[in-house]
Write a protein that binds this ligand. Sequence first.
Ligand code: AMP
Length: 420
Amino acid sequence: MSTFQAPKGTYDLIPPDSATYLAVREAIAAPLKNSGYGYIETPGFENVELFSRGVGESTDIVSKEMYAFETKGGTKLALRPEGTASVLRAALQANLHKLGNLPVKLWYSGSYYRYERPQKGRYRHFSQVGAEAIGAEDPALDAELIILADQAYRTLGLSQFRILLNSLGDKECRPVYRDALQGFLRGLELDEDTRRRVEINPLRVLDDKRAVVQKQLVGAPLLRDYLCDACKAYHEEVRELLTAAGVAYQDDEKLVRGLDYYTRTTFEFVHDGLGSQSAVGGGGRYDGLSEMIGGPALPSVGWALGVDRTVLALEAEGIELELPATTSVFAVPLGEEARRVLFGLVTELRRAGVATDFSYGGKGLKGAMKSANRSGARYALVAGERDLAEGVVQLKDMQSGEQSPVALDAVLDAVRERLA
Ligand code: AMP
């Protein structure tokens, strides 16, 4: 293993590609900031029980993929594998739900960790931007979140994604369905692992990606036929609101998702250009989660969109985001005196908000102009002894190659005028 190799299943974000990641995060966050969601940041690790109780002991995320460890002081912690449980924990700790202003709407952006088998689109360290609306049961809130995710993807220029939608029922109707499904699954010929899953979390079996299993699932009881009237009416309204907003979706009765806390509305955004790791984002309602982690009843809904996979989706659709050039002006000093004068000008330009960079390391003209080119700057400021003797610097248009002298005290105005 090379000393410079990042750990398995991880990768570094480096310029210029890292700019796309930042822009994707921004694009996903923008509709949330514009819709009453406030920014929240929680620690990268939590007490391990938060996830085992919240996400669910029977899920792959907790049973196989969690980075759990014991501190020197004997506390059992885990790197966060997802965001919802932490955000809800933080909201409860800060008593946000008691401020008489429900729902509490929060958004977040950060790193998450799962010990998964790495492949394209599936990493051990990945990034999500997420949103949670805590403490209200209202189909319009479920619809809002789906509409905002759709808006984020569309703003990025994505079009080859689909929204899968399902209802998982509530604590009234889901147990009845669970029993019926278990009865059906127990009659199938399944491997040992899957049989165990039938006993702990039968709904997850519906999600099995293997064709042999899917074949056996034909004729399995569907949750749709077991939904209670309240769940049916709720789901119908979510669907109507989405349709009214012009957001297309597909009903997917088998959409269960890998976390135990979901109730009623669940959804996933899948992108058709991504191969096997096609889910770019997902979420749903989690009315029981607060109680599962020891809080009061707080019906809530949320989603998390994967930044890594959204970037892959952009690549798959051949979309290049229009990112503003990072540097507008690049200063090239020729000689010691010019170095001091131009460095002063660079500072002045930067303080005035002009993105400016400087040729460091005492390069000659040729090497420095190469750096100016690489920086993507629109203009270069070049000065040598003779320029300074005349009280000017040369302002060079990097595209046309045209160059004209500008008086030292007029540089900021000249640059501003040309960049405008
Ligand atoms: P989940 O929390 O499993 O519902 O995941 C939500 C989104 O996070 C997924 O749709 C992916 O875009 C992203 N995601 C989850 N796990 C990974 C992973 N191991 N690597 C990259 N992205 C992931």
